[in-house]
Design a protein around this ligand. Sequence first.
Ligand code: NAD
Length: 257
Amino acid sequence: MQLAGKRAIVTGSNSGIGLGIARELARAGADVVLNSYTDDAEDHALAREIAAETGVPVRYIQADMSKGDQCRALIEQAGGCDILVNNAGIQHVAKLEEFPGDKWDAIIAINMSSAFHTSAAALPGMYAQGWGRIVNIASAHGLTASPFKSAYVTAKHGVVGLTKTTALEAAGKGVTCNAICPGYVLTPIVEKQIPDQMKAHDMDRETVIKEVMLARQPSGEFATVEQMGGTAVFLCSDAAAQITGTTISVDGGWTAL
Ligand code: NAD
């Protein structure tokens, strides 16, 4: 098992891409800490389920990634980590002039600043042991823009900038930092956008998915959480030791257009 003995923390991992990545890291042998802002029985049950399925220790630690001190406390409570996946994220879609200030602040905090706080808390331990992997989940929207997603596009471009800076500071210390840029993956964050898009375009679900959502994804298919997990595992492997400060698009060709 290529990641046996490695300790991984995945932020925002009780659903969607984070959960998919946590599962693949556990399947590759890493101990995993799941996280979200809730502290429900289901969250802890999820950790037990992945542990039972993979045979590695899996814990759930509640921490709100909109709060810098809780981001740092997550790393401390986990006892540090070898692999940090910054994945927590939310979305809000509105015209810039109507974009609610509180939504802007929340998206910047959860989607971007949390990665700064967790990385700052995790890096000293990684430097001390001479090995570490930081994988930031950015987006095709970290490389390109779409209208009505000002906060999200800003935050994801920021994550790509943070990725490059982290990589440069960590270079030569056995620590890499890269960003995965997914295109559309059918998770709750995307599922929630479908009814609004159906209304806005006066289309049924299948037509909205094909002609609006996947219009920019040349493959015409959603990417999957398993593919995100597999990419994260690869970035943690020895084969990727010299890959740092870059982005890997898993977007069905979106950013090649
Ligand atoms: P999701 O809604 O299923 O998952 C988001 C996760 O973040 C959940 O586990 C949620 O509990 C957690 N979260 C939200 N607010 C939090 C907070 N304050 N503190 C801690 N955790 C919090 O959506 P997803 O699609 O799995 O998104 C995961 C990441 O992937 C996000 O950063 C998102 O921007 C990015 N992404 C998603 C897509 C896509 O098409 N689904 C595309 C590109 C990038």
